[in-house]
Design a protein around this ligand. Structure first.
Ligand code: ADP
Length: 266
């Protein structure tokens, strides 16, 4: 009778320990697998531009290139070197985000930041005759300035890269208040290619691109949205996507909001 009373408890404890251990091992194995895949991808992604650069350089060095081809080849070399620089920068950002705790945190106005990014990307948009518009009002959050900037920068940059010529982009910044929470929201709407429902989750994976050649041509690396996802996680934020192929996409990011001390001005 003593045994029957005690042993189920013992069993339950043993079983619980066992299950926890298995989860732990699986997640370690998964993390290891992801790291291996990532390293494989990185070397592949770095090799491609290097091959193009050395291929065209060899052609130029051989002296067999006709003068009219020189600008075309040089342009390719320049474009691929820029891509490689972007890639290395994004890989560094990702590895930094992997370890990051939100150390450097300060108040950020998402409206002013969006305006700043739109100004910075104005030339790029003008080349494609894309019209950008910012609406809304100041919305303050507490966060790491570089990371929050890279979230909005990547999304607005994509809205340009995957838009149609003479398309438009609307960025809206707002505050939302419900009983449980207050949030600062940035909504980025484009009139571009759109994304099929089957691709909508995958585009947040590292190196995933719907159309490799378009992304390449636009200087993309396939890392932008995984940086967005990571940086949002660190800020307890979230992202939603709604998109219609051939019509456009809306990316909506939300951050928990901080109260600004407005009394200090009075
Ligand atoms: P990339 O460097 O290729 O832009 P991202 O991680 O930023 O990498 O995006 C991954 C892929 O998601 C892009 O290659 C593109 O196919 C798709 N994508 C991202 N943003 C948009 C958008 N606004 N409209 C349509 N497709 C998009």
């Amino acid at each position: 009778s003593w045994l029957t009373e005690v042993s189920p408890v013992l069993h339950a404890q043993e079983f619980q320990g066992c299950v926890l251990l298995m989860i732990n091992v699986t997640s370690q194995q998964q993390a290891e697998k992801m790291r291996r895949e990532f390293t494989g991808n990185v070397s592949h992604e770095l090799k491609t531009p290097l091959q193009i650069i050395s291929g065209y350089s060899e052609l130029l060095c051989s002296g067999l290139t006709s003068m009219e081809d020189v600008p075309k080849f040089s342009e390719q070399i320049l474009r691929e070197s820029r891509r490689m620089t972007a890639l290395i920068n994004e890989i560094l950002t990702l590895s930094y985000l992997d370890e990051a705790v939100n150390e450097e945190s300060e108040p950020i106005d998402l409206y002013a930041l969006s305006q700043n990014i739109i100004d910075e990307l104005a030339m790029q948009a003008k080349k494609e005759k894309i019209h950008m518009k910012l609406d809304g009002s100041p919305a303050w959050i507490q966060g790491n300035p570089a990371m929050v900037r890279s979230i909005l920068f990547n999304l607005i940059d994509n809205a340009i890269k995957y838009n149609r010529p003479e398309g438009s982009i609307r960025v809206q910044v707002s505050n939302s208040q419900s009983e449980e929470k207050r949030e600062a929201i940035v909504r980025i709407e484009d009139t571009g290619l759109g994304i099929l429902p089957s691709e909508q989750e995958r585009i947040f994976e590292r190196f995933y691109r719907v159309d490799k050649s378009r992304s390449r041509q636009k200087g993309g690396t396939g890392l932008g949205l995984s940086i967005v996802k990571h940086a949002l996680r660190i800020h307890n934020g979230r992202i939603e996507l709604s998109s219609v192929p051939d019509e456009g996409s809306v990316f909506t990011v939300s951050f928990p909001m901080v109260e600004m001390d407005t009394n200090s001005d009075q």
